[in-house]
Write a protein that binds this ligand. Structure first.
Ligand code: HEM
Length: 185
């Protein structure tokens, strides 16, 4: 699950940010499932991370949320899990499995980080670099504390924009422009 959304019904304050009613908040399990604070070497194929004694998915109530969470959690979760076991057991019985040595991690084309008041700048900068090293083609690190945006692209120096009013999605998100008026002010 790449992402799902929630409409904001009333103004809320989170991590030092005011999120007004009417906004849309996007939750991305694809990113949160790769948080190094929760998962050791998150991009490594390591199913044992979920087994005792490590149980990294139990470090936080929302550490593993591929089926969502709360009142709108996936209604088909049990069915889907049963289906996956049936398909997997059928494939394991009928096919021989190997992992290709040149297996590479899957990465989205674009990643954005909004630095919160509690985020260390160095940590989020390292995270952005890691996204790029894993194949992300365009990364924005929006830093309201310093009123600047760092733009990450593969094979290029990080570009730093001071107090930009908008950001272009370039050829990666062709036509997309993010208005920063309410984020950097
Ligand atoms: C691996 C397979 C599946 C995954 C990863 C998955 C994931 C999700 C997620 C993340 C949500 C929550 C979306 C949100 O909160 O906005 C959701 C909702 C839902 N899913 Fe699934 N799903 C899967 C399979 C299924 C299946 C097989 C069914 C039906 C047979 C199903 C029926 C639903 C329904 C009806 C909802 C809406 C629940 C609500 O809004 O109250 N899902 N699913």
């Amino acid at each position: 699950m790449y992402a799902y959304n929630r409409g904001v019904l009333k103004d809320i304050e989170y991590a030092g940010y005011r999120i007004p009613a009417g906004w849309l908040v996007t939750i991305s399990p694809m990113l949160t499932h790769r948080l190094p604070e929760l998962y050791t070497d998150p991009d490594r194929f390591d199913p044992d991370r979920f087994a005792p004694p490590r149980e990294e998915d139990k470090k936080h109530p929302l550490a593993l949320m591929g089926f969502g969470h709360g009142s709108h959690r996936c209604l088909g979760m049990e069915f889907a899990q049963m289906e996956m076991k049936i398909v997997l057991s059928t494939l394991l019985r009928h096919c021989d499995w190997t992992v290709k040595p040149d297996y590479s991690a899957i990465a989205p084309n674009f990643a954005v980080e909004l630095r919160s008041a509690s985020d260390s700048l160095r940590t989020v900068q390292q995270k952005m670099q890691e996204y790029i090293d894993n194949g992300v083609r365009l990364g924005w690190l929006i830093n309201p504390q310093n009123q600047q945006v760092e733009i990450y692209r593969p094979g290029q120096e990080v570009e730093v924009l001071r107090s930009p009013t908008s950001l272009s999605g370039e050829d990666v998100l062709a036509g997309f422009v993010l208005d920063l008026a309410q984020i950097l002010s």
